[in-house]
Design a protein around this ligand. Structure first.
Ligand SMILES: [Zn+2]
Ligand SMILES: [Zn+2]
Length: 393
């Protein structure tokens, strides 16, 4: 059960916009907040909506090089600035520095509220920009808000922070930021890097060999993985690793681009599976970290049919009042989608009838997803003192 939940939101967060044809259009965030509001989710007694403040240079340089910050600031007037900026993936846009700094400030604020005990859980759906690196933009991400928030938590004295990333893409920027730091366990569940950007996230990436072996866990799933297989894989790897690590606080990146209609990737989750994944993360926060949970957004390019439903479920889950799967979507929200001229057909219900039951992992089966599970367990579980072949762990 939750006691208090902060939802970081301000319409100014919609200023992170890479252009009308860019996949990561901020309308996805706007429609999410509108949907959550129209269903009464934001009116829950336990939820407080808080406005973010932009991250200052001291915060941003916890993760990023000063020269890169300067490049981001200069970019709108200097398109040849480099650092991954000005590409198709990471186009330069007016106000880019301020927009990215505001998102990062929102994630740090979420971390601060949870750290100070003012909120048990805090959510920043605009955050989770997990591909940004120390000195360059990547994969639509300018500043790595997740890494900055974690670095800020480390500065408050945490010794064991778990970061769990369920975006369909590998959480490479966050992994890189803490690859040599045993205080941060990064766990990423994603589509195999053999078929998807950024091409990293193999199970054998387990942390810096000299300083932090075992501090990175990577579960790389085959194309086409559906709800049942995804949940089977998650439950075979993530809870065991987290229970062994005993995190004091949990940061999750809840990118929803593993959805079957997502135009960027090839996994096959439904909103039902995503809803179940948020419940699993929420349960782990209560079981292991006294409820201290910071949930960030991330990828998700089903602007109308996936992101708004998925992250409305995330907010509802955190509030402790889950939305019934049969919940109908208000006509006013559907009309708004049409009025905005968006091409996708607005959904009618909050879920899709996906089947989220799954059989417990079994080391003696030979499905593709079980082979993926086994490979990750063999790469990582010995570092936690766990038997990779024991299905009870
Ligand atoms: Zn809770
Ligand atoms: Zn993604």
């Amino acid at each position: 059960m939750s006691d208090s939940v902060a939802v970081v939101w301000d319409d100014a967060l919609l200023g992170y916009t890479m252009g009308g044809e860019h996949p990561m259009h901020p309308v996805r965030l706007d429609l999410t907040i509108q949907l959550a509001d129209s269903l009464g989710v934001l009116a829950n007694d336990r939820i407080t909506v808080v406005k973010p403040e932009p991250a200052d240079v001291d915060l941003l340089t916890l993760v990023h090089d000063p020269a890169y910050l300067e490049a981001v600031r200069r970019a709108p007037g200097d398109p040849g600035v480099g650092h991954g900026l000005g590409t198709d993936d990471n186009p330069i846009f007016p106000g880019m520095y301020d927009a990215a700094a505001l998102i990062t400030g929102g994630s740090v604020q979420a971390a601060r509220l949870v750290h100070e005990g003012r909120s048990q859980h805090a959510i920043n759906i605009s955050g989770g920009l997990h591909h940004a690196m120390r000195d360059r933009a990547a994969g639509f991400c300018v500043f790595n808000d997740a890494a900055v928030a974690i670095a800020w938590l480390l500065a408050q004295g945490y010794e064991r922070i778990a970061y769990v990333d369920i975006d369909v893409h590998h959480g490479d920027g966050v992994q890189a930021a803490f690859y040599d730091d045993p205080r941060v366990l990064t766990v990423s569940v994603h589509q195999t890097p053999l078929t998807l950007f950024p091409g990293t996230g193999f199970p054998e990436e387990t942390g810096d060999p000299d300083k932090a072996l075992g501090s990175a866990v990577n579960l790389a799933l085959p194309n086409g993985t559906d709800d049942s297989a995804w949940l089977r894989a998650f439950s075979a790897v993530v809870p065991g690793a987290l229970r062994a690590f005993q995190p004091q606080i949990l940061v999750t990146q809840c990118g929803c681009d593993a959805h079957h209609e997502d135009p960027m990737a090839d996994l096959a989750l439904t909103v039902d599976g995503q809803r179940a994944s948020y419940r699993a993360l929420h349960d782990l926060a209560h079981e292991l970290s006294d409820g201290r949970w910071i949930a960030l957004g991330g990828g998700g390019y089903g602007l109308v049919r996936c992101v708004p439903r998925a992250w409305t479920h995330l907010i509802a889950e955190a509030s402790g009042d889950r939305l019934d799967p049969a919940t109908e979507i208000p006509e006013s929200w559907r009309e708004d989608v049409v009025r905005r001229g968006l091409r996708a057909r607005p959904p009618t219900h909050m879920t899709e009838g996906g089947y989220t039951g799954f059989a417990h992992w079994d080391p003696f089966t030979e499905s593709r997803v079980d082979r993926a599970i086994l490979r990750t367990r063999h790469a990582s579980y010995p570092y936690f003192g766990l038997d990779p072949d024991d299905p009870r762990d």
